[in-house]
Design a binder for this molecule. Structure first.
Ligand code: PLP
Length: 456
């Protein structure tokens, strides 16, 4: 066996290596020291060219799991306890999927060995159809539904089947960064339409329409929104749907947080707005049903589909190439979507998500430096730091540097706002998943760091 460590000087001398270094490999072999000398280690490093990654990935970012998260892991390995608020992973904060879903998976494990149909098992797709019907979307059948390994996979499939280099897609800013990545990775351009804090992070359809060009292929909405928690009014959604119909754009609605709503906010399903428009609705088990690890999402094609046959067949081709999605998890869909929706208990007054959201709003109200648009849905708050109240002012403040400092000194990990494709650098996102007490503690740590910045 070739040892992995470099040859020790004494041992090299013992074998006469130091004196014979220039005489080369054959002499070393003759000396019979191959086993001691790390040839495999040295030769490849000197002779192989660097292994470069695909150029398609050069502009692709997912900073939520990037350098800051790696530093947090390092600190944990050093024994520090880090409060990680950067990822919306309910199971990591003690949330469980409803027990009936777990039973549905276990009860069906005996028939989950084979690949399923590329679009998913019929029962799961049919359950999604029924959910659509209950929302007034009557023109879909199980044939129009694709089950995937989370919404993430389906976003990638939908964009891969649609885009050519140079195409453009209208994506919200801030966005869930997978949307931008899924466009850029296919050589297309993500054109970000602003969802401004002063408008409650609700987009202005007039501004959106101005960004449409002959190369625009799709318009993406995330509603309820990650990272802002905005829930779009019916009027806004209808105006966006009009733009998509008039300009022949595919209307993509990421509705993974569809039932996570606070204070009576109303969720309007995009597919229910206009049946003369091709609409792609995305939903899944990860958030509302707290089952990220099952990796189950769905994509529903609704509205005008006749002209889109080629596109839909391309999505099916891509689904076939990956054979099928995780089968055991698919058995939870029917149980999840039917009957009582336990997410209501978590989001209503007295519920855990509601209480944590209240703790954030309370802490921000009392803060000398922060403000927030109260989230109406989803499970995040997108908080603004008023850097003009800190010494050094707006110019000196940088959200990435702040997040790193907060991690190093206060052991709290947040996602800097600029990870979500916004042009400003004075926001950060926290998930509402910790309990209210922990959230109050986190905001205490944030305030004390900002106090230090103000006193400098
Ligand atoms: N879409 C949005 C808006 C999200 O926030 C997330 C995850 O955080 C996803 C999609 C991905 O979800 P999934 O776990 O179904 O892949």
């Amino acid at each position: 066996m070739v040892p992995r460590r470099p040859v020790a000087p004494q041992r090299a001398a013992r074998h006469g290596v130091t004196g014979l270094r220039l005489l080369g490999l054959r002499l070393l072999l003759f000396h019979g020291i191959l086993e001691d000398f790390p040839l495999r280690r040295i030769v490849p490093v000197m002779s192989l060219p660097p292994l470069r990654s695909s150029e398609h990935l050069h502009d692709v970012r997912y900073e939520i799991r990037g350098a800051l998260a790696r530093r947090a892991e390092q600190l944990e390995r050093e024994g520090h306890e880090i409060v990680k608020l950067n990822i919306g992973n309910p199971g990591a904060f003690g949330f469980r999927m409803p027990g009936s879903m777990r039973v549905a998976v276990v009860e069906n494990l005996h028939q989950a060995d084979p690949y399923s149909h590329q679009k998913g098992i019929f029962a799961a797709r049919e359950a999604v159809v029924m959910q659509q019907q209950s929302r007034g979307v009557m023109d879909v059948t199980a044939d129009d539904v694709f089950i995937g390994n989370g919404v993430s996979e389906l976003i990638m499939l939908a964009m891969r089947a649609l885009l050519n280099p140079g195409d453009e897609v209208l994506v919200p800013s801030p966005d869930y960064p997978l949307w931008t990545a899924s466009v850029v990775i296919h050589g297309a351009k993500a054109v970000h339409y602003p969802c401004r804090p002063e408008r409650g992070f609700v987009p202005d359809p007039v501004e959106v329409e101005r960004l449409v060009t002959p190369r625009t292929r799709a318009l993406v909405v995330i509603n309820p929104n990650n990272p802002t928690g905005a829930v779009y009014p019916r009027k806004t959604l209808a105006a966006l749907a009009d733009i998509a119909r008039q300009r022949h754009l595919v209307f993509c609605a990421d509705e993974i947080y569809d039932e996570m709503l606070y204070d009576g906010a109303e969720f309007v399903p995009a597919a229910s707005l206009d049946d003369s428009l091709l609409c792609l609705s995305f939903g899944g088990l990860s958030k509302v049903y707290r089952a990220c690890g099952l990796r189950v999402g769905w994509l529903v094609f609704s509205g005008e589909r006749e002209h889109a046959r080629d596109y839909i067949q391309a999505v099916e081709l891509l689904a076939s190439l990956r054979l099928c999605s995780n089968v055991p998890g698919q058995y939870a869909v029917q149980t999840a979507l039917g009957g009582y929706q336990s997410i209501v208990d978590l989001t209503k007054p007295g519920g855990r998500l509601y209480a944590t959201r209240a703790a954030v709003l309370d802490a921000v109200r009392r803060s000398k430096y922060l403000s927030v648009v109260p989230p109406q849905g989803a499970m995040y708050a997108f908080v603004k730091v008023h850097a003009d109240r800190l010494s050094g002012g707006v110019e000196a403040f940088d959200d990435q540097a702040f997040a790193l400092d907060l991690l190093e000194r206060k052991h709290v990990l947040v996602a800097p706002g600029s990870s979500f494709n916004v042009p400003y650098r004075d926001h950060f996102r926290v998930t509402l998943l910790p309990d209210a007490e922990q959230m109050a503690d986190v905001f205490g740590r944030i305030e004390s760091l900002l106090d230090e910045y103000a006193a400098r």
